[in-house]
Design a protein around this ligand. Sequence first.
Ligand code: ADP
Ligand code: AMP
Length: 213
Amino acid sequence: MRFVFLGPPGVGKGTQAERFSAAHNIPHIATGDLLRSAIADARPVGLKAKSYIEAGRLVPDQVIIELMNDRIQAPDAKSGYVLDGFPRTIAQGKALCALLEKNQLTLDRVLYFSLDDDTLMERIVGRRSCPVCHAIYHMRYRSPEQDGICDECGAALVQRKDDVPETVAERLSVYKTETAPLIAYYEKKSILTEIKADQPPEIVAEKIEQAIH
Ligand code: ADP
Ligand code: AMP
């Protein structure tokens, strides 16, 4: 099972991919989480990515493609995965396609999550993230049991540096110019399904299950 969760920042890809991964027993591979871990561990790929992430820009394709080539071919990804935040440019989409073809594999489906900009902004600015296990919370819509503490691992939750309104505006603009063209790219391949994400997580999760069956 190989799926791509595509859509603007804050639409709920990570939240849904986390649930989907547990329900279908496949790894949730999120480029943003991989990059943030690399920054925290001061690995070379993290050092290359840091300034782009903080500015709300995309990390160069070459860096991401190299990172994902390795991750997608790791042993735990043999039976499939859900990709969250990759591909994010046409070049990345083509690189993924080439890698799959080389291994005689295909994507099962690309789910495109859509939502209006005001709601995206509200979701992102209220997001709180666990820097250790990557669990996702929201001040209003998904608050942890104990204020500021991750339910899953007990770490202190943080607001990501790039989740402040000025950087979010840049990220939404970058999404429209660089990532949104992937919608037409996958539509042409007849593997895209749009999921309207303006409902509670449980309802969005039901729509995902309907879309893949
Ligand atoms: P993405 O991975 O697309 O950037 P996230 O999954 O991190 O998005 O979700 C962004 C924020 O919105 C998080 O704070 C999350 O808790 C919240 N959220 C996710 N899905 C929903 C939903 N269906 N309704 C309300 N809030 C949501
Ligand atoms: P995310 O966690 O998906 O919101 O990603 C956070 C940031 O990481 C983005 O704003 C980019 O700077 C960077 N990033 C994540 N995935 C990619 C990607 N596929 N291509 C380029 N940059 C990425």
